[in-house]
Structure formats: structure tokens, C-alpha cells
Design a protein around this ligand. Structure first.
Ligand code: CTP
Ligand code: MG
Length: 342
């Protein structure tokens, strides 16, 4: 019946060769990439904001340290994105909520605008706007794992320029198609970047930094974070591969549409391989974690970045992957059609 024939179609598509003229679209994709990259002025403004805020905060808490993390520091940020900051502070007396409230007061006195302490959010933050640069940002407290995974992503991006090209286009696709909304049950930008790194590891365009001799070692909340971070020594690593961004995009969507085994597989950039759900004990729903698409966090290895996905949104995601794969295979104008708003 219907089931058998749809299985057969999926099997045929598994072995589908990439269209012969895929590289015709590379200039189009590269100009989209260029249009999304933030300017030097914008990056300078972000640094300026970090300096301003660090100065204000250190007057009250001299031993604290303020870090940029997320898209403005991992090199996968688009222009005009909000800034994520993390305040590292060692104060045994105060709870996170107390720190947030105190921080809001300090910022108020420091002439920053639109200050909102959000103490009841899952991750408590202070939101604010800096009138001098016009930038808005969120400050969270002691989320050092995010600072470390930001560095890992930035280090991977320095090894081969195709990672940034691919991830920018994938993020742009995900935002256009509305499948980059974790509170709606689709994937975070962080998860999409990890999916891109994994693909490039399988194609030997990127190494697996966590399997190499560790040159950077930190322990954050009992998680041992160690990897080879002298990435300037690796900038020839992917030179054997002539894959263009269009071919990689095709491979990315083809993989998630037709090749990934959603019932058995977990992608893991920590190991540079596909590992089994069985081995992680991710074969069934535990609490709210359904494990319908499994993406292992590189440091918090018990954390499945796909855990936000439910039985409705997994269908939406897979349909979007198939749509994108088919556009890249057949559409006369993929660098337009791919991003048509949902
Ligand atoms: N993060 C995390 N674990 C998650 C999601 C996010 O540790 N499950 C951290 C990562 O350090 C990530 C940062 O939070 O870099 C911001 O996440 P996200 O908003 O998904 O990514 P951005 O790179 O900021 O993307 P966008 O451009 O969409 O803002
Ligand atoms: Mg962000």
C-alpha cells in the first residue's frame, strides 16, 4: 500500500546524486551570505557596549567579569541581532534573582535605558538598551557553559570558511521558514550550527576538536570542557575538499530529509560521528524529552538540543527539510525559492 511505496521513494532519494549544475548557484548563495554578515562598525559598537557595561558593573562588583556569548561572539551572528552577555560573579550570599535585581539598579544609575529585570524567566535576565550605541542586550548570570560553547563554535568557524557560509544560509532559511523558534517546538540557531559542524566533520572538512589533544581545558559545573583550540594550525584541514557552499547545502538538506535515521541516530560533534540513541538511553520519552531528533550538546552531553521538538513539530521540520532538498535538486532559482517566507 501507500506505506510501502513511500518507503521506496525515500530509499531512492537516499542515493540521489546531486544535480550536475549545482555550482551555478554558488555566487547567489555567497552574496546572500555577504549581505547577512555584520559590518566592522557594528562589531566595534558591540565591543564598545561590552566595555561600557563592564566599567559600570565592576564599580559595584570588582571581581565580576562580563562576557559576550551567543551569536555576537560565536561568529554566526547576522547584522542587527541582539547581544547576549553573561555576568560571571562569585557571590555566595546572593541568589540569581537578587543579583538580577541589584544589576538592574546599577544599570539604571549608569544611564542605560529600557531596563527590565526578568526574574521569573527560565533563565533570569536583565534586558536593556544603550542610548550611545543604540544596541539592545540581555544579561544573564553565571551561564559559563554558554560562554565556553560560544568559543568552541567560533574556533570551528576559523578552520574553514565554508562553515560560516553554510550556517548563515541554513539560519537564514530556518528564520524565513519559521523553524528557528524553540518556544514553538523547532530548533535553536545553536542547534543548526551544530548540525552544520557535524556535516562538515563527516565530509572531513572539519576535524573533531574534542577528540584531539586538549590545549584548552576548563571545568564548568562538573562538565569537563576540553579540546584543541590552536585552530590557526588547522586552516588547511579541509583543503582537499572542493565542495562549494551550494553542494554543502544540498548535502545538508538531503541528509536531514532522506538520510538521517530518526529512529536510531544521534549526531555528536563531540565524537565527530553518529552515535546510537540506544547508547545514550534516548530511545523513549523521558519527562518532556521526546528525543524525536537527537543532537547532542558538545559539553552537556546529557542535553539533547532536539528535546524541544514534539510529535507535531517533527513533521513540520522534516517537511521543511524535504522541501529544501527538493528545491536544491530541481528548482531553477533555488537561492530565491529556498527563502520564500512561510
Ligand atoms: N545556548 C546553549 N544551549 C542551547 C541554546 C543556546 O548553550 N540549547 C547558548 C549558546 O551559547 C548559544 C547562545 O546560547 O550560542 C545563544 O543561542 P541562540 O539564540 O540559539 O543562538 P544565537 O547564535 O544567538 O542565534 P541568533 O542569531 O538566532 O540569535
Ligand atoms: Mg541570540
Amino acid at each position: 500500500g501507500h506505506h510501502v511505496s513511500s518507503q521506496r521513494i525515500r530509499f531512492q532519494r537516499r542515493n540521489r546524486p546531486c544535480r550536475y549544475d549545482i555550482d551555478r548557484f554558488t555566487p547567489g548563495f555567497l552574496s546572500i551570505f555577504e549581505s547577512l554578515v555584520p559590518s566592522q562598525e557594528e562589531i566595534a559598537k558591540q565591543k564598545q557596549l561590552l566595555t561600557t557595561l563592564s566599567r559600570i558593573i565592576s564599580m559595584e562588583w570588582p571581581k565580576s567579569k562580563l562576557y559576550l556569548y551567543g551569536s555576537c561572539a560565536n561568529s554566526f551572528g547576522f547584522s542587527n541581532s541582539d547581544i547576549d552577555l553573561c555576568l560571571s560573579i562569585d557571590d555566595k550570599e546572593m541568589s540569581k534573582v537578587d543579583i538580577i535585581l541589584k544589576l538592574a539598579e546599577i544599570l539604571q544609575a549608569g544611564n542605560l535605558k529600557n531596563i527590565q529585570p526578568l526574574t521569573r524567566a527560565r533563565v533570569p535576565i536583565v534586558k536593556l538598551m544603550d542610548p550611545e550605541t543604540g544596541l539592545s542586550c540581555d544579561i544573564c548570570i553565571n551561564n559559563l557553559l554558554a560562554v565556553v560553547n560560544t568559543k568552541l563554535l567560533r574556533d570551528y568557524a576559523q578552520i574553514d570558511r565554508r562553515l560560516r557560509q553554510l550556517a548563515f544560509i541554513v539560519k537564514h532559511w530556518a528564520k524565513s521558514r519559521r523553524v528557528n523558534e524553540t518556544y514553538q517546538g523547532t530548533l535553536s540557531s545553536y542547534a543548526y550550527v551544530i548540525m552544520c559542524i557535524h556535516l562538515l566533520q563527516l565530509r572531513r572538512i572539519l576535524p573533531c576538536l574534542q577528540e584531539m589533544e586538549a590545549t584548552y581545558v576548563v571545568t564548568v559545573d562538573e562538565n569537563n570542557c576540553a579540546y584543541f583550540d590552536q585552530v590557526e594550525k588547522l586552516n588547511n584541514y579541509g583543503a582537499h575538499s572542493r565542495d562549494t557552499v551550494s553542494r554543502l547545502l544540498w548535502a545538508f538538506f538531503h541528509y536531514w530529509a532522506y538520510e538521517h535515521d530518526y529512529t536510531r541516530d544521534v549526531i555528536s560533534i563531540r565524537t565527530g560521528r553518529i552515535i546510537s540513541k540506544e547508547r545514550k538511553d534516548w530511545t523513549r520519552r523521558v519527562g518532556n524529552d521526546r528525543h524525536l531528533i537527537c543532537i547532542e550538546d558538545p559539553f552537556e552531553v546529557s542535553h539533547d538540543l532536539g528535546r524541544v521538538v514534539d510529535k507535531f513539530t517533527i513533521k513540520i521540520l522534516r517537511e521543511e527539510f524535504e522541501r529544501a532538498a527538493n528545491i536544491l535538486q530541481f528548482d531553477p532559482n533555488p537561492s530565491v525559492t529556498l527563502f520564500e517566507p512561510y
